[in-house]
Design a protein around this ligand. Structure first.
Ligand SMILES: *[C@@H]1O[C@H](CO)[C@@H](O)[C@H](O)[C@H]1NC(C)=O
Ligand SMILES: *[C@@H]1O[C@H](CO)[C@@H](O)[C@H](O)[C@H]1NC(C)=O
Ligand SMILES: *[C@@H]1O[C@H](CO)[C@@H](O)[C@H](O)[C@H]1NC(C)=O
Length: 188
């Protein structure tokens, strides 16, 4: 009898301890099997990025610059916000496939080098509505600049890869530039 009572007491105190540790039995995380995602693909995109800073309808606008004057050689501190068209060919009139939306900021005191933080927002074909996020360093005057693709949404969930930028054309009078981007990305 006494043994039964003490067992009951033990069980009671145990369940009390458990319920104290887990006031709400619901779990907030679980492990899934990655196979559910299907097969990982590697895609390549070649797109042209139009950085239009001049004229009445610029797509990239300077929003900040350093207050000190001795920074002009590299525009150190300058921050530009862009919503640049992405096209299949080098001409602005060629088919629009998306936009490069984000920021480039001069981040070097010794050369013209930008911190790039942007999303490629696709609006064409099966990638319409899917976005790729890029974060990297863009040393504007070097031949090829490579920037990591750090993620994505839609068809680009779990994306990783890199983007290689080469300047296609610069108009030194207006500052407008066309940049070719070769983007290599793993996604599902
Ligand atoms: C500005 O920069 C130049 C060369 O980069 C340097 O010679 C000069 O001393 C600097 N002036 C100031 C006020 O820092
Ligand atoms: C892309 O998707 C949007 C929203 O679903 C739609 O309005 C638009 O027509 C689509 N564009 C193309 C080219 O399919
Ligand atoms: C991609 O970005 C666009 C805006 O540029 C947004 O409308 C769309 O919802 C984004 N797609 C996803 C899958 O989040």
């Amino acid at each position: 009898m006494a043994a039964k009572a003490s067992l009951l007491l033990l069980l009671l105190s145990l369940s009390l301890a458990i319920s104290l540790a887990k006031p709400d039995g619901r779990r907030f995380s679980r492990t899934l099997r990655p196979q559910k995602l299907g097969k990982e693909k590697l895609s390549h995109f070649r797109i042209y990025f139009h950085d239009i800073v001049s004229g009445r309808n610029p797509t990239a606008v300077r929003v900040a610059q350093a207050a000190t004057t001795n920074v002009s050689r590299t525009a150190f501190g300058m921050v530009t916000m862009m919503d640049n068209p992405l096209t299949v060919g080098p001409r602005l009139s060629s088919k629009l496939v998306g936009r490069a939306q984000g920021i480039y900021a001069s981040a070097s005191q010794t050369e013209l080098s930008f911190l790039m933080v942007l999303n490629f927002a696709f609006t064409e074909g099966k990638y319409n509505g899917s976005n790729l996020s890029v974060l990297g360093r863009n040393n504007v005057f070097s031949g090829v600049r490579e920037m990591p693709v750090v993620g994505g949404s839609g068809l680009f969930r779990f994306a990783r890869g890199y983007a290689r930028a080469t300047t296609h054309e610069v108009n030194f009078n207006t500052g407008d530039a066309v940049v070719k981007y070769n983007v290599y990305v793993f996604h599902y």
